[in-house]
Design a protein around this ligand. Sequence first.
Ligand code: BTN
Length: 229
Amino acid sequence: MKYFKEIITVFECDSTMDLAKKLKNFFNPPFVLQSNIQRFGRGQYGRSWNSNFGGLYFTEVLSLEQILGFSTFLSIPIIRVLKRYVNSVKVKWPNDIVVGRKKLGGILIEKSDYVYAGIGINVSNKVSEEFKKISARLSDFSEVNELHLFYEILDEEENLINEFLRNGFKNFVNEYNENLIFLNDEIELESNNIYRGIVEGVGIYGELILKTRDKVERIFSGTVLNFYK
Ligand code: BTN
């Protein structure tokens, strides 16, 4: 049986995050909402997300007992599918999808009554001047239709989600680490503090394990500094 009960597609909306929050009154979660265009796509930290036609924009509405590790888990089906088109794709902890130093996609998790997981991937959409220098698009590497990509990602996630629901992220740790950019490299990271250390990978909750000068830190949220060039 499929996990997602409905897949709803619209041509345009403000943000699939907001529309999904309205639609949960009419559809029973878990469901997925995809839009071809977003007028006001949102990114992490209150940033805007370029959402012109040609990109992939969707939100999953789920009811999860355990959210810990979910956002890192979600990178796995995305990375598996994107690798079919661009082999050098990597994940930047916790869940930016990157090619080299450029961002190809991102995940935004919002939690209220349900978990709302928004996924945005640049495919052949026009990227504004402001973001061009730090963005990659899948069409720069391969020809792929964004809706085809959407169904490939959902299929892959359907294959994996029962394992996540049963055992959490722990059985995905190795695959995540194999695809993690900066594994064994020194990084600077902003969390409640600024940390500098060697990336040892992620743990079973998706937390980053960072070997600093004096100890091994386990960091549950944060941003790698000075990444996009
Ligand atoms: C990030 O900043 O890395 C996260 C970007 C998430 C963008 C997606 S596109 C679909 C969904 N709707 C939104 O408004 N944002 C997310």
